[in-house]
Design a protein around this ligand. Structure first.
Ligand code: NAG
Ligand code: NAG
Ligand code: NAG
Ligand code: NAG
Ligand code: NAG
Ligand code: NAG
Ligand code: NAG
Ligand code: NAG
Ligand code: NAG
Ligand code: NAG
Ligand code: NAG
Ligand code: NAG
Length: 647
């Protein structure tokens, strides 16, 4: 057999009638589509034109390729892609039209596929092709199908029971359509070879006898929102070779059955989120093999178990768990989303060994005491014989990779955690609403130089705001409000380059680390599943922060005991959108150059001891929609003009 790759011209002189396979995938033919000689190669059995940005319809001569067995036109941009002349292509085994804008009713698409080939057609891929239609009844004529993918289209109507007669079917992808109705055991009766199934994002209801024994043994089972509940589907327990299981949002009620953990001990991705599952989790899941585990938004109680060494992404947020097992460990964990539980006690010291951890969200829990001081403990464990151990050395030899640490709304009560000295990669730190006390250390600016978001709001921090905080070049959200900071606002704010609007901060880096990178990395790739099913895993708070990063630049120092004048330099923060210095003891004048804060939408200087005249420059703030200068000693006229007239 001849197989052909570039360069084409080398082959054109040769006798093309012997050519059986042409693979021109991933090139950039613009119109006029494909080289004309191609349609005269009558002996062709396999033609791959995937991903070529083809944009005109295929010529009628395509129908001359009557020996064609494999035709792949996926990932082009051709409307009305299938010519009506294919009626003699009786040998077609595999047809891939996915990721095109076919824009037809599905019965019309099937009619274009030569009826002499129906009985032999094994692979039909119409994923993401803008196909409509209300019936899939035609499948009863495609008896040899092994792979049937119509996901991500606009199909409606029921799934015909005849689909259960496709005994050779291994891949069934119906996800992301508007299919309706009930699927019963009968729909699966003959599918003894089925390995991959995706019914996600439809309006389907799976009504199946709990004690049914399926004829198949699945690898990938995607059943989110399929109304499987209220009882946990017992029939799943026979699916021991499952690698990917998603039964989120199925109205499941009651305890997770014991067999769940053993039947799926080899699974890599498990998602049982958004149900009403209750009861304690097992204390030890080390014998399992999953990479991602999502149990978000259930009614689970008990402790956070010892996890398998393989776990990378864990989401048990929005449950009622109350602590960590004493020997908690998860060496590969990168994303731990545990917010809104009732977790009390201290964060386990084993966190110091989690060298891969990137995102830790423990907001809205009952955690107290101190964070572990990894700098003190960890090296001793590693090198117990060393008695000649300087702290400075410790610092440089050991650090964590955490980028996002969210601890808001707990009961931590220490000084600013030394733990953070081990976190030089931090981008987002939220300690809001705890009982942290004492002064902020100068090393904030040095150690956490990449911080984009720093929220220390509603604690009991005191002392001066350290000058070093101005070394946070990338900071965009600085919220120190509602503490007991005293002294003057530091000068040199110019160093906060992101806030000056000179745009050195790199959105795509922060965006990627906070969120996006995890999507592609751990998505069950090649399984025909939609990205969205994974997105759910780390949505919630992290996603909200992502939005802030892109749009909000703010400084909030309100409700402290700050004294002195508002530094003139503040007016160099041309990117600032919101500035709140309310409820302090600030005196002096409002800086004359305040009009330089061109991006400002909200300015709150109320409840201070500011005096003098209100600077005319305020009227230059064209985006200003909130201004509060009340409860000061300001005098003179309120400036007029521009934006101020509209307030
Ligand atoms: C090729 O197709 C054209 C038009 O569809 C037809 O006229 C011609 O006879 C075909 N040639 C062969 C060799 O099948
Ligand atoms: C699908 O086809 C409709 C026309 O029926 C068109 O308006 C729409 O843009 C197409 N959608 C995509 C995603 O190509
Ligand atoms: C197959 O299609 C041809 C032309 O489209 C039609 O004439 C013929 O009746 C069909 N055969 C069957 C068995 O449906
Ligand atoms: C199956 O094929 C036969 C013969 O071409 C046709 O009459 C029938 O309508 C087809 N059934 C469906 C559901 O398309
Ligand atoms: C199913 O596949 C087997 C083995 O490839 C084949 O022998 C059989 O004919 C196929 N069955 C159908 C209904 O196509
Ligand atoms: C703080 O956490 C508790 C416990 O999870 C929760 O009930 C409460 O709503 C949270 N408060 C805020 C303001 O989020
Ligand atoms: C301590 O460490 C330093 C530098 O590593 C070394 O020069 C010195 O000899 C060590 N002292 C002892 C007592 O081990
Ligand atoms: C805040 O810290 C001070 C000492 O810095 C302490 O006296 C005070 O009790 C603390 N307040 C609260 C509410 O914890
Ligand atoms: C604020 O700090 C001062 C010392 O700077 C202290 O006297 C005062 O008690 C603190 N206030 C609160 C509410 O903790
Ligand atoms: C931001 O970072 C991305 C990824 O590292 C890089 O491709 C891009 O060029 C950077 N942009 C700027 C403005 O530095
Ligand atoms: C998932 O998202 C990535 C990037 O956004 C995209 O390249 C990829 O094709 C998507 N995969 C699926 C199955 O939709
Ligand atoms: C400024 O902070 C004070 C106290 O924290 C708050 O009451 C006020 O709403 C804030 N102003 C704006 C515009 O957010």
């Amino acid at each position: 057999m001849w197989s052909m790759h570039f360069p084409i011209w080398l082959f054109i002189q040769h006798n093309l009638t012997v050519l059986e396979e042409v693979d021109l995938s991933f090139n950039n033919f613009y119109s006029p589509a494909v080289p004309n000689w191609l349609w005269d190669v009558n002996g062709l059995k396999s033609l791959n034109l995937e991903a070529n940005e083809l944009s005109c319809p295929f010529p009628n001569k395509l129908g001359n390729l009557t020996l064609l067995e494999t035709l792949n036109i996926a990932g082009n941009n051709v409307q009305g892609i299938i010519p009506g002349t294919m009626q003699n292509m009786c040998n077609l085994r595999s047809l891939d039209l996915s990721a095109n804008n076919i824009d037809m009713d599905i019965t019309e698409v099937i009619d274009r596929i030569p009826n002499c080939s129906w009985k032999h057609l094994q692979e039909l891929n119409l994923r993401y092709a803008n196909i409509t239609g209300t019936t899939l009844q035609f499948v009863s004529n495609l008896t040899s199908l092994t792979m049937f993918d119509v996901s991500e289209n606009q199909l409606s109507g029921p799934v015909p029971v005849e689909i259960g007669t496709l005994t050779n079917l291994t891949h069934l992808y119906l996800g992301s359509n508007n299919l309706i109705g009930v699927l019963s055991e009968d729909h699966f009766a003959g599918l003894m070879n089925l390995k991959y199934i995706d019914l996600s994002h439809n309006n389907l209801e799976l009504v199946i006898d709990l004690h049914w024994v399926p004829p198949f043994s699945l690898d990938v089972a995607s059943f989110p929102s399929c109304h499987l509940g209220p009882q946990f589907p017992e029939w799943l327990q026979w699916q021991k070779s499952i690698r990917y299981l998603d039964i989120s949002n199925n109205g499941l009620v009651g305890r997770i059955p014991d067999w769940f953990w053993t039947s799926f001990s080899e699974a890599r991705h498990l998602d049982i989120s958004m149900n009403q599952l209750s009861g304690d989790l097992p204390l030890n899941l080390e014998f399992m093999s999953m990479i991602t585990l999502s149990m978000r938004s259930n009614l689970l109680t008990g402790l956070i178990p010892k996890l398998p060494t393989t776990v990378v992404v864990l989401d048990i947020s929005m449950n009622s768990l109350n602590g960590f097992v004493s020997d908690f460990r998860a060496p590969q964990l990168q994303v731990a989303v545990l917010f809104s539980n009732s977790i009390s006690g201290a964060i386990p010291t084993s966190i110091c060994e989690m060298q891969q951890l990137r995102i830790l969200d423990l907001s809205n829990n009952l955690l107290s005491k101190e964070l572990p001081d990894c700098g003190r403990n960890e090296p001793k464990q590693r090198n117990p014989s060393s008695s000649n151990f300087s702290r400075v050395k410790t610092m440089s030899s050991f650090s964590l990779r955490i980028t996002t640490l969210l601890l808001s709304n707990n009961s931590f009560s220490s000084r600013f955690p030394l733990f953070l000295r081990q976190c030089p990669s931090l981008i987002c730190l939220d300690l809001t609403q705890n009982r942290f006390t004492g002064e902020l250390p100068g090393w904030i600016g040095e150690v956490m130089h990449g911080l984009v978001i720093l929220r220390l709001r509603s604690n009991n921090f005191s002392g001066h705001i350290p000058v070093e905080i101005m070394e946070l070049h990338d900071v965009r959200i600085l919220d120190l409000s509602n503490n007991n900071f005293s002294g003057a606002i530091p000068q040199y704010v110019k160093n906060m380059k992101a806030l000056t609007g000179t745009a050195t901060a790199n959105d795509s880096i922060a965006y990627d680390i906070l969120f996006e990178g995890y999507r592609d990395k751990y998505l069950a790739s090649g399984m025909g599943l939609s990205n969205d099913s994974f997105l759910v895993v780390i949505k919630g708070q992290v996603l909200e922060y992502r939005k802030n990063i892109l749009y909000l630049m703010s400084i909030d120092l309100s409700c402290n005991s700050l004294t002195g004048e508002i530094p003139d330099e503040l007016s160099s923060l041309g990117g600032l959108i919101s500035l709140n210095l309310s409820s302090n003891l600030l005196s002096g004048n409002i800086p004359y150059k305040i009009g330089n804060l061109r991006s400002l939408e909200s300015l709150d200087l109320s409840k201070n001891k500011l005096g003098g005249e209100i600077p005319q420059g305020l009227s230059d703030l064209t985006y200003l929609s909130y201004l509060n200068l009340s409860y000061n000693n300001l005098s003179g006229r309120i400036p007029s003009g521009h934006q101020l007239d509209t307030l």
